[in-house]
Design a protein around this ligand. Structure first.
Ligand code: NAD
Length: 346
């Protein structure tokens, strides 16, 4: 057994639970009296039900969460929800990111109710955008105090968003397999995450209302969030942050397009670490398996399809190399340019 260091977090996880029934007890346990809700406009109805379940504890709702957590949106929300002793974030990674950004300076308890497969609810990671630059940092204080996984909330997630978000989760698990910081259960957790996602996503593509498949995808996403929290991500996540911040590209589809390309780049040095993924994907290599899965799920396969401008390649490559992070295979600016040119498509 190798030695390892692992930071763990005190979180209460409620999996496959009706969120409205769970909230009153949770609020009692946390001693919350003035509760702010954050969400997006598309979740206004869910937010209204949460507010009803909170009764007199509900203080205010901020329904303006935006992708990549822009700092000016956080400022607005801080003003609107001032004095809250607990924040409930109900929505995807953008909403949960805002909940984290609010709980950090205020010390308010944070209860995350995820409705996508992004996995932010499990991590100490907070990415915020300021003037086109996405700044991603880790702070143990942003880990939500409680997470309620209610599969019913994922049924409305459109088919294409579900597939892309599922690939976002897959990206966490796949990059965890070749991460530099190892701890014993992480490989098993990442592999179990991939196994659940690879099985669930095609079933959801066939029938987005398949409750069992939705439950399985949510479980896979939860496991992916756990390894995202405990392991250092590589080039794939670095590229996604840089491109997302620079060109305001949609987060989950960006993951779907990039993942097969980055895995192909890393395979020459990480074939053994990636072997469980290749096996679960039923192909000789993980990159081919991921490309085939993305294609079968009808996901975008080129960066140009999701709005990346060709003339942005060099700036993106420069920023990726400048803010160099962990990756099993070292990379140069020219190699990133080549990878992005291939991913851009025609
Ligand atoms: P998102 O939260 O932006 O949601 C995408 C769209 O789907 C939005 O319009 C949203 O309103 C809608 N939506 C969400 N759930 C729905 C549902 N159940 N039914 C119908 N519509 C629904 O997208 P995302 O991919 O979940 O999150 C992306 C953001 O999360 C990015 O900012 C990314 O950086 C961040 N993120 C952070 C971490 C972390 O650990 N900090 C991890 C993953 C993602």
């Amino acid at each position: 057994m190798d030695s390892f260091t692992l930071q763990t977090y005190a979180q209460r996880i409620l999996f496959d639970v009706d969120h409205l029934s769970a909230l009153p007890d949770l609020m009692d346990d946390f001693g919350a009296h003035k509760v702010g809700i954050v969400t997006t406009r598309s979740h206004a109805t869910s937010a209204a039900s949460v507010s009803e379940a909170l009764g007199s504890r509900h203080a205010a709702t901020f329904a303006g969460a935006k992708v990549h957590t822009p700092v000016e949106v956080t400022r607005q929300a801080l003003g609107q929800l001032a004095g809250s002793d607990a924040i409930i974030s109900i929505g995807g990674g953008s909403t949960i990111g805002l909940g984290k950004a609010l709980s950090l300076p205020t010390g308010a308890r944070h209860i995350a109710i995820p409705t996508t497969y992004a996995g932010s609810e499990m991590t100490p990671i907070l990415g915020q955008t300021d003037k086109g630059r996405k700044i991603v940092g880790r702070d143990d204080r942003v880990v939500p105090d409680a997470v309620i996984y209610d599969v019913g909330l994922t049924l409305s997630l459109p088919r294409d968003v579900s597939m892309a978000s599922g690939f976002n989760a897959l990206a966490h698990a796949v990059e965890a397999l070749y991460a530099p910081d190892r701890y014993p259960e992480a490989d098993a957790t990442a592999t179990a995450s991939i196994a659940n996602l690879v099985q669930a996503l095609p079933a959801i593509a066939r029938d987005p209302l398949d409750l069992q498949a939705r439950r399985q995808a949510q479980y896979g996403a939860y496991l992916a969030g756990r390894v995202l929290a405990g392991r250092t991500m590589g080039l794939h996540h670095k590229l996604a942050h840089v491109l997302g911040g620079l060109f305001d590209l949609p987060h989950a589809p960006l993951h779907a397009v990039l993942l097969p390309h980055v895995v192909k780049f890393n395979e020459p040095v990480a074939m053994e670490a990636l072997a469980p993924a290749a096996e679960l994907l039923g192909r000789n290599t993980s990159s081919v398996g991921l490309a085939c899965l993305a294609d079968a799920l009808g996901l975008p396969t080129t960066l140009s399809e999701i709005g990346m401008p060709r003339d942005g390649i060099h700036e993106a490559a420069r920023l990726v190399v400048e803010s160099r992070g962990a990756n099993p295979r070292p990379y140069s600016e020219a190699e990133i340019v080549a990878l992005l040119e291939e991913a851009l498509g025609d």
